[in-house]
Design a protein around this ligand. Structure first.
Ligand code: SF4
Length: 337
């Protein structure tokens, strides 16, 4: 069934933008971008413009996930830590495109040496039991309404040996452990998506919630705080409402875009949110001051950008359940919540 996100056309209405197969693929990362700045969403997910090169924080976090995948599957022995480190290095090299010798000085607190120390310290502190691990890097879809499916990826799903309760363990890296960093996970939209997927995949009464598995790589010390996020039935319902609210907002902007032509003076779709410009550093600062209607210069990405669309379905190909690929599409009657 076609919708404004999945039109049966090569170009998108009057805008002339080439329709991309990811327009109708929605996950928490895309909706969070829409919440923080609709214009940033337009550049990133409608035009597919990404800055070239790598971001060390993302690359390090992603490599840390690879190391954690090994630990959560196999345990915390010295041999497993070494194997986790090798997985870490492989991923860091893949994502940065740099040889090992160039990685050593890549960041003052996030580099191969601190990662190896961190993996060993982490394993000694938490001694994760691989028998509790049900899935690592599991991806899939869950409904948020009768006709909307939401893409989700979880780092690890575990079942506690003592209580039988199920939770997801989500690895988050940072350079600074602060109250605000810890608090933000309580109301993070992505955490709500993890919890929603768990409650669709299992009986909601079996689900304990989400546990943030922090890894703090500070210049002077490393810390591994872990804290639970418990989402009540009412808060779960509210998350579903919010997910649909932002999906509606996305469709509304896509409808406006469909009716906007490059010859219009102003693009009345995906408005700028100037409150977000300086918060964490936007990827598109120069673009926003150039044109009131960015459709007038969308033919090729600007200097320093390339065209690459974020597609959460790619992660669904690599999920692992004790060594085999898992991608789960859940059908659930949400009216029964
Ligand atoms: S520069 Fe500001 S308004 Fe423009 S895309 Fe970035 S956050 Fe949005």
């Amino acid at each position: 069934m076609s919708s404004i996100l999945t039109p049966n056309e090569r170009t998108f209405g009057k805008s002339g933008i080439e329709v991309h197969q990811t327009f109708g693929v929605v996950d928490a990362s895309k909706l969070k971008k829409l919440m923080s700045c609709p214009r940033d969403f337009f550049y990133t997910h409608v035009l597919g413009w990404q800055m070239e090169g790598f971001n060390i924080n993302f690359a390090f976090g992603s490599a840390w996930h690879s190391g954690q995948e090994v630990i959560q599957s196999k345990g915390s022995t010295a041999e497993v830590v070494q194997e986790a480190y090798e997985a870490f290095i492989l991923k860091l090299q893949q994502d940065t495109g740099l040889p090992l010798e160039n990685l050593t000085q890549i960041h003052v607190s996030k580099n191969p040496e601190t990662a190896l120390k961190g993996l060993a310290e982490y394993a000694a502190i938490w001694k994760d039991d691989p028998k509790e691990t049900m899935y690592v890097e599991i991806a899939g879809t869950a409904p948020i309404s009768d006709d909307r499916i939401f893409h989700v990826k979880l780092d690890t799903i575990k079942r506690r040996k003592n209580t039988g309760k199920i939770f997801s363990l989500e690895h988050k890296t940072t350079t600074r452990f602060s109250d605000s960093w810890q608090e933000k996970w309580q109301y993070d939209f992505q955490v709500g998506a993890y919890d929603h997927f768990l409650k669709c995949l299992f009986e909601p009464s079996e689900v304990e919630g989400v546990v943030i598995n922090g890894a703090v790589f500070n210049k002077n010390k490393r810390q591994f705080p872990r804290f639970p996020i418990i989402i009540t039935p009412e808060m779960w319902e509210m998350w579903i409402y919010e997910a649909n609210h932002w999906w509606n907002y996305l469709e509304m902007n896509m409808r406006h875009l469909y009716e906007t032509s490059p010859s219009d003076r102003v693009m009345v779709a995906f408005p700028r949110n100037s409150e977000s410009c300086s918060k964490f550093g936007c990827n598109h600062p120069q673009l926003c001051t150039m044109k009131a209607n960015p459709l007038q210069r969308m033919d090729t990405p600007p200097f320093g950008y390339c065209k690459k669309f974020w597609d959460p379905r790619e992660r669904e190909k690599g999920a692992v359940q004790k060594g085999s690929n898992v991608s789960i599409a859940i059908k659930k009657d949400l009216t029964a919540i």
